[in-house]
Design a protein around this ligand. Structure first.
Ligand SMILES: [Zn+2]
Length: 280
């Protein structure tokens, strides 16, 4: 009887070992396959960054549903890391290609060159970088021809303004919530001087989406080089809730591409601008 129990024990033990062995082989071969597959993307995707290879593999394994282009784009944007970790100073400072988001920041002292006060279509003393301002005022002129109105309610904001704003929100809300609708100081696109919040003079800016002016902006803003910066259903990429009132000047060429392909500026940046900067 004892012998039989020993044999059964040995039998079970053997099966267990074979199981473990097969499992390890399976994991290794699937890792190997993913690695090979990711390496093959190098020749297909020109914004592939070789030093990010392991990150692409890890991200692909967690997000099989994403297209290869999206995996590479999202990792290039650091979306495999938590917001406000892995942060870098923004490249392209003082150009219309500057990216300021939850991974790219500008210095406390950063004040863009060529800031000018908006003369027409504004609520008060509001400043934009000259190139953005020229296009904003033209856009405002043109929308008026259709008996519609837009005006700037906020544009350039310096570091301290954003610091106070963010801290004020924190009085009544959790940090986790505040981060979905307000940028931390240094990480606000408003500090670029290329961003403008608008309303239509009568409707609260929060309801801008319900106005005819919003529909006009949806159709025409790109012709003036402006994009809706935080679109609906892109919160996972931008890190911000949908804001129908917040527009960013990126120039006509980039705005046209972004509109045509229904992507965010972050994605555009990862695909066309990030590759010009050498990260390791
Ligand atoms: Zn804004």
């Amino acid at each position: 009887m004892k012998k039989v129990i020993v044999y059964i024990g040995l039998f079970i033990g053997l099966f267990f070992c074979i199981g473990i062995f097969c499992y390890i082989r399976y994991i290794n071969s699937s890792n190997h396959q993913t690695k090979k597959y990711i390496q093959s993307l190098k020749s297909k995707i020109n914004y592939y960054i070789p030093t990010y290879q392991q990150r692409y593999i890890d991200y692909k394994q967690k997000h099989w549903n994403l297209s290869d282009e999206d995996v590479v784009t999202y990792v290039n944007l650091n979306l495999d890391k938590n917001f406000y970790t892995n942060t870098f100073p923004s490249p392209y400072q003082n150009t219309k290609y500057i990216l300021i988001n939850k991974f790219y920041y500008v210095d406390k002292k950063y004040v863009p060159n060529h800031l000018k006060i908006i003369k027409n279509c504004t609520k008060g003393n509001i400043y934009l970088v000259e190139e953005a301002l020229t296009h904003f005022e033209q856009m405002c002129k043109d929308i008026k021809k259709e008996n519609l109105n837009i005006r700037a309610i906020s544009a350039y904001r310096d570091y301290n303004y954003q610091l106070n704003l963010y801290n004020r929100y924190l009085v009544n809300d959790t940090k986790e919530n505040v981060d979905t609708y307000s940028a931390r100081p240094g990480y606000s696109e408003h500090q670029s001087g290329l961003t403008v919040d608008i309303d239509n003079l009568v409707t609260d800016f929060n309801d801008f989406e319900s106005t005819d002016e919003f529909l006009w902006m949806q159709k025409n803003a790109y012709k003036y080089g402006f994009i809706l910066r935080y679109p609906k259903d892109k919160e996972n990429i931008t890190g911000y809730m949908y804001e129908s009132w917040h527009y960013r000047y990126v120039g006509k060429k980039v705005a046209t591409y972004i509109k045509k392909h229904n992507i965010t500026f972050d994605e555009y940046y990862a695909r066309f601008l990030n590759t010009m900067v050498n990260y390791s």
